[in-house]
Design a protein around this ligand. Sequence first.
Ligand SMILES: Cc1ncc(COP(=O)(O)O)c(C=O)c1O
Length: 392
Amino acid sequence: MSSSADLDISPIAQGLSESSIRTVANYGMTLPDVVPLWFGESDIPTPKFISEAAIASLQRDETRYTPNNGLPPLRQALSDYSNRLYDQTFTPDNIVVTVSGTDAVMLACQTCLSAGDKVVVITPVFPTLFATPELLGANVVPFALEQSENRFVLNLNALFAEAKDARAIVINSPNNPTGWAASQDEIKAIMEFSRANGIWIISDEVYNRHSYEQDCAPSFANEMQEDDKLLICNSFSKAWCMTGWRLGWLTLPQQLTPTITKLIEFNVSCAPAFVQHGGLAAITQGEAFVHQTLERFRQGRDLVQQYLGDIDGVTLYDMPATFYAFIKVKGLTDNSQPAILEMIEKHRVGVAPGEAFGAAGAGHLRICYGSHPDKLEQGLAGIRDYLINFTK
Ligand SMILES: Cc1ncc(COP(=O)(O)O)c(C=O)c1O
């Protein structure tokens, strides 16, 4: 049989590696009774009021194309929602509805990047944030968060030195996988650097409602001015437990909206109407749900601390946000897959390899603590047993 290399496919597509998170998950899913802590989702179902809004839309036969940049009521609701959360006076022209956060990242990159551009990506980070600029032919330069005792820290001076000749900075705060979140002062400084040097900022804020310290994490939306080179990516996946719905949005200066609208036409055309009606219910009726789920994630975070906090050779960092624990494990190499596969086989629990989030993630494991506390305790007990032996 011929291989894909014989078909002369694009070198960029050829060069993509399979996500190592998928590799461990694919293995784990072949075995019975494995607690899956590898993906970034909780096991809480989408709330019924959201599904019912989508069903009602289907029953109204809303199954045709919609405007490229989203249904007007949803864009209005998203701008009202943003004005409640941020110090802003956005209008629907500052909002574009996308088919997922992943699509928002692709559209943001397509708006400002060309092949050969230097893009500084703050790592460790969700792989899409470096793979998407790479897919567009950009030259991705990873910039690692530093570790100071049990905290991740952003060295702004070093970032600015690296990014001076870049086209764009990509930042994900609150951050997957580390749980780190930038302060509003750090965000302000990056925005001022962008203005002074004409550098684009792509800010992925899909975890902005998963802060254990504030109702909403510090955001670039608080700083946005209409002539900024700023694109903020967001998603319904995390805050409203809608990972399978594929709905997200961009918040941006109004003058970018016509360009993004054209890009959407040629990427996906539009988001489905009934999915957007689900999203509208989430945005207008979902605050109580967001707070309830956060309380459960807080419980999950406490369980991680309880089960893994006292193991010699395992470092737990501060976890101010998200539903991830990124733990440093003594003796783990830059290929943690064999260890994870063994953990899955012997202890029936699976996590994500740290190196999947860039070289700065090597030596770490990522645990998603969004599962039900009973399931999570079962999984954490298995991780604990495995790590006590591994780090001996
Ligand atoms: C930082 C980050 N951005 C974007 C996404 C993608 O979200 P969506 O499900 O909306 O595509 C994820 C998913 O895990 C993520 O962690």
